[in-house]
Design a protein around this ligand. Structure first.
Ligand code: DGP
Length: 114
């Protein structure tokens, strides 16, 4: 499994603006924000894309969403609203091949997205 910038953040080898971490997940600010609040939630476990998630990861995936809701509340966007996004592979815009959940909020969002 190739190292990514996110596995280095998880290992503490690369700095990030970390908002929350526990034994399974880390949440930090996206370095290239697409909204006033743009957070990333990653598992410590290195899973390249959603396609490699297995039934054994079901609890972990649920945990990522719980962390997303927690940091959204911390950032004050829980009530106004926020979007969670998982890009899977290049055609969807994935650039870092370590599974991550985007949490975007702080501005009105269009649906459907472009
Ligand atoms: P995606 O396109 O779904 O793979 O999203 C990757 C996101 O990761 C993108 O919005 C920019 C962000 N990103 C890339 N490198 C770094 C980094 O070194 N630190 C932080 N905090 N975010 C990064």
């Amino acid at each position: 499994m190739a190292e990514t910038i996110f596995s280095k953040i998880a290992a503490g080898e690369v700095a990030a603006d970390i908002l929350y971490e526990d034994e399974r997940a880390i949440a930090f600010r996206d370095v290239n924000p697409q909204a006033p609040v743009h957070l990333l939630v990653i598992p410590r476990k290195a899973i390249p894309t959603l396609n490699q998630v297995t039934p054994d990861d079901a609890s972990l995936i649920g945990h990522l969403f719980l962390v997303a809701a927690k940091v959204a509340a911390q950032e004050g966007i829980a009530e106004t609203g926020y979007r969670t996004v998982v890009n899977c592979n290049a055609g969807a815009g994935q650039t870092v091949y370590h599974l991550h959940l985007h949490v975007l909020g702080g501005r009105p969002m269009q649906w459907p997205p472009g």
